[in-house]
Design a protein around this ligand. Structure first.
Ligand code: TMP
Length: 221
């Protein structure tokens, strides 16, 4: 169950997020999770960050497009949270309140990993914005797909034009990966780290087991 600003706990849908570095197989596994839940008649909304509303999708374009001007990390952080406030308050919260589960492709753990560990912004700055925008709302379960950075980047770079983030150096993604792993280790009740370097069948078997536990309410809020 998700907690709301007043600290009350209501019978809401569960809030699931999927995270990982570039080329980790997020899209394929998001579809797997969607199908798995829908096959079990779970009412589900699938969405993504940055994005998920027209305004937030425009902010996403601003964030991802390559530009000559150097983007200030704090400016980047504020754009991420501007998009998140819109998405959370107009899409995610209303869905959860109606009992719909929300599966979100990235959320605030990406901010801790990319803007925090990656760009070097302080934890306290991110925590302040998280509190401001989300109040007490946190995902019930976060799946972190984990893969060797070079392997993931080779996949990402093979498939399309690189966006502003994908164009970063290996060292940046090593920090991002480290950020995700550290968060997953610090709060094992909320995170599940999945070895995404395994064959896809095995990855999805692992994810299926985690979802079984969640559905049986042994995991999450
Ligand atoms: P995607 O291509 O995996 O959908 O994500 C878009 C990019 O946005 C990805 O490179 C990570 C980045 N990002 C952040 O830097 N901070 C955030 O809070 C989020 C949600 C995404």
């Amino acid at each position: 169950m998700a907690q709301h600003s007043e600290g009350t706990v209501t019978a809401t849908g569960k809030f699931l997020t999927l995270e990982g570095t570039e080329g980790v197989g997020k899209t394929t596994n998001l579809e797997f999770i969607r199908d798995w839940l829908q096959d079990r008649d779970v009412p589900l909304l699938v969405t993504r960050e940055p994005g998920g509303t027209p305004l937030a999708e425009q902010l996403r374009e601003l964030l991802l497009c390559k530009r000559d001007e150097k983007v200030d990390p704090v400016s980047e952080l504020l754009m991420v949270f501007a998009a998140r406030a819109q998405h959370l308050n107009t899409v995610i919260r209303p869905a959860l309140e109606q009992g719909t589960w929300v599966l979100c492709d990235r959320f605030t753990d990406a901010t801790y990993a990319y803007q925090g560990a990656g760009r070097g912004l302080s934890l306290s700055m991110i925590e302040s914005l998280e509190q401001l925008v989300q109040q007490e709302l946190r995902p019930d379960l976060t799946l972190v797909l984990d893969i060797d950075v070079e392997v993931g980047l080779a996949r990402a770079r093979a498939r399309a034009d690189l966006d502003r983030f994908e164009s970063e150096q290996v060292a940046f993604f090593e920090r991002v990966r480290g950020g995700y792993r550290a968060r997953a280790e610090a709060a094992p009740q909320r995170y599940r780290l999945v070895d995404a370097g395994q064959p896809l069948e095995q990855v999805q078997e692992d994810i299926g087991q985690i979802l079984e536990q969640l559905l049986g309410s042994k995991l999450g809020g």
